[in-house]
Design a protein around this ligand. Structure first.
Ligand SMILES: [Zn+2]
Length: 109
């Protein structure tokens, strides 16, 4: 399972790198076209880069923040009986420190 995760992790980063390469190539193409009609190619490279990169960065950061706030870790961070927030080592304990109910399936008393 660890090997499978690593394989998908590597594929994910290769695809991301390919997208970044294509993205930079498209910025270079815009810059060369602008240079061909007498505009400053370096300026238009930077304009293209930031006008398209910044909105994507903002969207990705908002999605990441939303996933942290409502996402996959919320069940592990709270007791399902009393909703006590479990911090650090509490999440690995057998019973909730607040209500003493079992935290995991299969170990009900
Ligand atoms: Zn509890």
């Amino acid at each position: 399972m660890a090997v499978m995760f690593d394989t998908w992790h590597v594929i994910h980063w290769i695809l991301l790198a390919l997208l970044v390469v294509l993205y930079v190539l498209s910025c270079i193409r815009v810059a060369s076209r602008m240079g061909a009609i007498g505009k400053n190619p370096a300026l238009w490279f930077l304009i293209t880069l930031f006008l398209t990169f910044l909105p994507a960065l903002i969207v990705l950061r908002r999605r990441s923040a939303a996933a942290t706030a409502t996402g996959m870790f919320s069940e592990a961070e709270r007791c399902r009986h009393c909703s006590e927030v479990l911090t650090g080592s509490d999440a690995y304990a057998d019973r909730c420190p607040a209500c003493k109910m079992p935290l995991h399936d299969g170990d009900a008393a």
